[in-house]
Design a protein around this ligand. Structure first.
Ligand code: CTP
Length: 429
């Protein structure tokens, strides 16, 4: 109950992402917070007041004029431990930057001395507008914490930056601001994370790749940073990098090997979340292959000759130094735990994160995941379907527990040990 007893005003403004604020509300309540929801007039067009009233600690408030107290516009701000606005529209950011207070939420923001966290969500064009960025700069300069939007699908089917940050990340930001959040149990540790699917060239135009999005690796990098680690992120993905990570961009399995292997010895924890190709074209054409070139040698059926890539996780396992923790991923469709355990043993890993990529309703590009953590000490831990940040938390909890055991230290995080359960997990990278 990281937020037990904390009074949080949850401001919701009128954007399509308002529905996600319901999940933010639920998570704040689960963490023990007392949540006071304040909806703007615009927000009520997107999400029902009843939903928030049912979930939150107090009924929804929407107006400066419906409150029994004689000084309602200052009361909420004065009594809050934190004011959170999720989603925050460009209108809200502009009004707050100007100190304009024409509704209950803006009045609360102007009246509060509590920390304020805003989570913008809007179309990419609006997000990139200099006026919006200038307002954010003004707010930041006054100490307001901005949880930036992510890239992804927006209202109307557009894709770009502007999508509300994940509820788990928003709650993590609240915990961090209130100093109640993530334990700094990887303080000073050097963590290397790989992310994304490698791309193996056929010719200058075509590649062989896989469906890994890199989101799970990025979530692990972000969680490790939040816990105080120094993070190197070796990635094929072009997602917004978590602040503070050293990012090494790569394309192919060979690039990834060249980036990871020389750095491995300097890292205390290595998490191989990347989906590294097992095969690549044996020869890369220096020009775009014409259809007739591909088909000519084989009477019409095009043939691309493949060769195996080098499995450098095997090398990392062989050269693992004492105290180093090595984590692999296993994407499977059958015999999840048995296959994963075989890989763990063959590659000399401490932990393997097993994904059943055939599970219904989830897949490689999803924001959610369900895994089984298969550990070298024989323990299997189910992590049922949840957001990828929560999976990252479970993976790093297990890593911290192993580091604690290997050094003989007492756990510093206060987190419970992973609970062994029956191995029946399903996953998505
Ligand atoms: N891996 C690697 N280098 C490769 C292939 C895989 O380092 N050339 C790493 C991956 O990053 C992952 C782990 O090995 O952490 C398991 O990858 P996976 O493809 O599931 O295992 P394989 O051993 O290739 O087994 P298979 O494809 O036969 O299931």
């Amino acid at each position: 109950m990281s937020l037990a007893g904390r009074r949080i005003v949850l401001g919701v403004t009128g954007g399509i992402a308002a529905y996600k604020a319901v999940e933010v509300c639920r998570r704040l309540i689960d963490a023990g917070a007392h949540v006071v929801p304040v909806l703007t007039e615009g927000a009520t067009h997107f999400v029902g007041e009843t939903t928030f009233s049912a979930l939150a600690s107090e009924p929804v408030q929407t107006s400066l004029w419906h409150e029994a107290s004689p000084i309602p516009h200052t009361r909420l701000g004065q009594t809050a431990d934190l004011v959170l606005v999720a989603p925050a529209t460009s209108r809200l950011l502009a009004a707050y930057a100007m100190g304009y207070s024409d509704d209950l939420l803006t009045a609360t923001l102007v009246a509060t001395r509590a920390p304020v966290v805003v989570c913008p969500a809007m179309h990419t064009e609006m997000w990139e507008h200099p006026a919006v960025q200038a307002n954010l700069e003004t707010l930041r300069s006054r100490g307001v914490v901005v949880v930036p939007p992510a890239e992804g699908r927006l209202a109307g089917g557009d894709v770009g930056t502007g999508r509300l940050a994940e509820p788990a990340d928003i709650v993590a930001a609240v915990e961090q601001v209130l100093g109640t959040g993530t334990a700094r149990d990887l303080e000073g540790a050097r963590v290397l994370v790989t992310a994304g699917g490698t791309r193996e060239a056929i010719d200058p135009v075509r590649v062989i790749t896989n469906r890994s999005s890199g989101k799970q690796g990025y979530a692990i990098a972000a969680e490790a940073l939040a816990r105080g680690a120094r993070v190197t992120l070796v990635t094929t993905a072009s997602l917004p990098a978590p602040a503070g990570a050293e990012v090494v961009a790569v394309v192919s399995a060979a690039d990834m090997e060249a980036a990871v292997v020389p750095r491995a010895g300097d890292h205390d924890v290595i998490v191989m979340a990347a989906a590294v190709a097992d095969f690549r074209p044996a020869a890369v054409a220096d020009h775009k292959l014409k259809k007739h070139e591909l088909a000519a040698a084989t009477d019409g059926a095009p043939v691309i000759v493949l060769e195996p890539t080098h499995d450098f996780l095997v090398d990392l396992g062989r050269e693992k130094r004492p105290g180093q923790v090595l984590v692999g991923f296993a994407a499977e469709t059958t015999d999840l735990v048995a296959n994963a355990r075989t890989k763990l043993e063959r590659k000399n890993l401490d932990l393997i994160v097993a994904n059943d990529v055939s599970a219904p309703g989830v897949g490689f590009e999803h924001d959610t995941n369900a895994v089984v953590l298969v550990r070298a000490d024989g323990v299997d831990q189910d992590v049922p379907l949840t957001d990828k940040r929560s999976v990252a938390r479970a993976v790093l909890d297990a890593v911290v527990a192993m580091r604690t055991t290997s050094t003989g230290d007492q756990p510093t995080s206060g987190r419970p040990e992973p609970r062994p359960t029956s191995p029946a997990g399903k996953e998505h990278v």
